[in-house]
Design a protein around this ligand. Sequence first.
Ligand code: UDX
Ligand code: UDX
Length: 468
Amino acid sequence: MSIICVIGTGYVGLVTGTCLADMGNQVTCVDIVQEKIERLKQGILPIYEPGLEEMVERNVQAGRLHFTTSYAEGLDSSEFVFIAVNTPTGNTQGGADMRYVEAAARSIAEELDHYAVIINKSTVPVGSGDFVSRVIQNNLKRADVSFSVVSNPEFLREGSAVLDFQKPDRVVLGSSDPEAAHRVAKLYLPLRAPFVITDLYTAEMIKYASNAFLATKISFINEIAQICERLGADVKEVAAGMGYDKRIGSAFLDAGIGYGGSCFPKDVRALAHMADEAGLHPQMLHAVMEINYDQRRLIVDKLTNILGTLRHCTVGVLGLAFKANTDDMREAPAVDIIRWITAQGAQVQVYDPVAKETGREALAREGVNMELVTFCENAYDVANNADALVIITEWNEFKSLNMQRIRGAMRRPVLIDGRNIYEPSEMNRCGFIYRGIGRGTGPAPTVLPPGDTTSILEQQVPLTLEEA
Ligand code: UDX
Ligand code: UDX
């Protein structure tokens, strides 16, 4: 059993602290937001993460998990101090904002009265371990106190973060003090995962390179999707066919509206920024970002190709969160897409099973005209009198809708499937003008008049190579 302090009770800190407590450790989670801590003490979580609420409750009841706003209380006797505060994009060039990490390091220094291992969980630019060391060293209240810094990047996917913590593919630890890295490794021993123990810089780089690689896979398949669409191939089958090759792997080859969330966008930007700053020209990272942005535009292009103008149209939107099983709206493609649709004069009807409040806040904050947005109670209400339906998030409940009922409720049967969750042939049979991403339905712009759609439905034949 170890005594652990976790700074930051967001998506990463709360999962990390709770899972460490579940392994039998004594954990105190510290956050500067009083309201968050008060609510956590009542068992109310600031985030939606499957399985977490029950785990928090269990560990609080067992007396292993505590919440406080006091660094002194959190650090009291702690052998390990995890820094898990946010590191958003901080400048226009894409660099990470280190203000919160710096604030956490200062506060640790002011209260630390015994040796502890400080662990960077936040994703921080290469070299930040040294930065944290300097900040702590320069602000230590007690000169006789020593500490070590270890980088231990997180690889937790929102929506499956608890499972990712409990069954990691690997645990990465970097430090200039190998003894400290080994102490942290002992914490993770029960997870029986492979350890990668490196110097600080390398561990920090492993995190960026991993996220950049996954983002690259997504942009790669999105580019292939565009080519598939033009040439009449089906990107889902292409990805499946590629994925059987062990050198390629099937994960992260789902074409769609592009990646969002709190990590990929900011981490690819930050890595490109670090490379730029180092005098390099990271062409591939820039291409990955550009392709990703274009995927969002593609949804609006598909809508206007079919509907002509969006003025006076009603567009139904299924899903707001950046992916399923989370309420997180950070860099969610839904925000740009809804902003562009409403800017063209369309009304939007939207439903997300979980990201209601976070979604409403994000849309308002990002300048969407909220008078044009109606929040609905379910997917069928979204379809009601809509001229088109757009699937943004791949929630399970959107995969098993009664599509006849949806079709019957709509004014015009246009379905833009940003996540490729439906089969084009089935949707065509159902009477939809269906457009997925890279499903070989051909490029010909089809302007759909209000009223009779029979002639258009007859055109739902993939282009042949010659036609393309
Ligand atoms: C984490 C990582 O730390 C980030 O670097 C990584 O790339 C993504 O995941 P995340 O957990 O998503 O960030 O951040 P967030 O959900 O915003 O939580 C951060 C928490 O830290 C908040 O609860 C915030 O109140 C708290 N905080 C922030 C502090 O306690 N002190 C601060 O000085 C700043
Ligand atoms: C990511 C990392 O996977 C995780 O290791 C950690 O570093 C935090 O960041 P997360 O952002 O929670 O996790 O979700 P992830 O499942 O990786 O998806 C990121 C984005 O990529 C989502 O917008 C998702 O919809 C998109 N995506 C993912 C695709 O478009 N296609 C895919 O095949 C996979």
